[in-house]
Write a protein that binds this ligand. Structure first.
Ligand SMILES: [Zn+2]
Ligand SMILES: [Zn+2]
Length: 397
């Protein structure tokens, strides 16, 4: 009977023209993006907004982070502001594929989750080194290398204590610091992908924007910047640009309660206000302009759009977290992702190896405080081994 129902169902699906549901062909693109269910086409780029909010993080929007996935299998992270790694986990991508991070500048809303990706990613099964690219600063201690050195020191206890327990090949953290003054200089070139940096103007020297080119597609990411000549010159007619579009002075005044002078200075001079964003887009004419770096709510979005539309009437999306862009030469599809909140780490892409003898030990003092509870522990081991048909011996001590 079950077989008959299955055959009838298959026949009905075929007749309805749903070949994929019947087990044939490529999956269709739904109105919503379901992470882990769509293979990219060989010429396709997918951009996922994982952090789009203001410098102060909130449940609805993490701080700056955009994931770029390419049809050749490569994946890149642009900025990694606080809160963004939680979003990243919802994409259900093995951490082994999330090993390349490009940081635009060293504000925490652009790199504050590097610790979560480095150590957290290690515990989520990354077995490859984490590679980070970031700008130099006006002085050596203002550069990315110095920041990573400090981060390693800060997380020494954590990194040290996982030895022997998990595969620690992913514990390596490699940094490539490049000159923040480089103008359209190549900072990455592998596997047909070229990434260039241009100087950005934000608060002080040491901020950059990025341009990624692959297979005839061009993606540009501003990180934070005041409108500048380099962006205007080198991002012209890109396929998709993600540029900051900071909350308007009026929003900063009314919603954030900033004093008038700070509201104006922050939006217009430390960042790019909506009207300036529109002007930049009108001058560079991307196939799709994506504005980010503001709290995108029912009451702020109309204000932001009204401001942008004073200076720009081209293709536009105002980003919020979990927005997904599928980019090909022919089309740009914009959708929201449907995300699970009960996420478990994806499996590594190569066999793991542990080195138990390297497990960190206690001092005699701490050991002297242990209550062995030997009977309970033995029962745990026995019932586990029996249930799983394993033979894990009880540790000697
Ligand atoms: Zn910043
Ligand atoms: Zn920022």
């Amino acid at each position: 009977m079950k077989r008959l129902i299955a055959v009838l169902l298959g026949l009905a699906l075929l007749l309805s023209g749903n070949a994929f549901a019947a087990g044939k062909g490529a999956p269709p693109k739904h109105d919503v993006y379901y992470p882990g269910t769509e293979t990219l086409g060989p010429n396709e780029m997918r951009v996922v907004a994982l952090g789009t909010g203001q410098p102060t993080v909130r449940p609805k929007q993490a701080s700056a982070c955009f994931l770029v996935e390419l049809g050749n299998g490569d994946k890149f992270l642009f900025d990694l502001g606080y809160g963004s790694v939680q979003r990243l986990s919802t994409m259900k991508i093995p951490m082994d594929h999330l090993d390349k991070v490009f940081i635009g500048h060293l504000h925490m809303d652009h790199f504050g989750d590097l610790d979560a990706l480095w150590i957290g990613g290690l515990k989520m099964n990354r077995t490859y080194p984490l590679r980070v690219w970031g700008p130099s600063g006006a002085t050596p201690e203002m550069g990315t290398k110095s920041a990573i050195k400090g981060l390693k020191r800060m997380l020494h206890w954590d990194a040290y204590t996982v030895s022997g327990l998990i595969d620690i090949r992913g514990q390596q953290l490699e940094v490539t610091e490049f000159d923040y003054k480089g103008v359209n200089k190549v900072i990455y070139k592998e596997n047909g992908v070229t990434i260039r940096s241009i100087p950005a103007i934000h608060v002080t020297d040491g901020s950059v924007s990025f341009i990624l080119e692959w297979n005839g597609l061009k993606f540009a990411y501003s990180s934070d910047t005041f409108p500048n000549k380099w962006w205007l010159k080198y991002t012209k007619k890109a396929d998709i640009v993600v540029h900051e579009c900071f909350a308007s002075p009026q929003i900063l005044l009314e919603k954030q309660k900033y004093p008038p002078s700070l509201a104006l200075a922050l939006s217009v001079f430390k960042h790019t206000s909506p009207q300036q964003f529109g002007k930049v887009m009108a001058m560079t004419k991307p196939r799709l302009a994506v504005g980010y770096h503001f709290y995108n709510d029912h009451d702020t979005l109309p204000v932001m759009l009204e401001q942008v539309r004073r200076t720009y009437n081209g293709p536009l999306t105002m980003a919020t977290d979990y927005m997904v862009f599928n980019v090909t030469k022919e089309d740009i599809l914009v959708r929201m992702a449907a995300v699970d909140s009960e996420i478990w780490p994806s499996q590594p892409t190569r066999p793991t190896k542990r080195d138990p003898p390297k497990t960190v030990l206690f001092s005699d003092f701490i050991r002297s405080g242990q209550k062995p509870m030997s009977e309970v522990v033995k029962r745990i081991y026995d019932s586990f081994n029996e249930r799983n048909d394993t033979n894990v011996p009880l540790p000697k001590n």
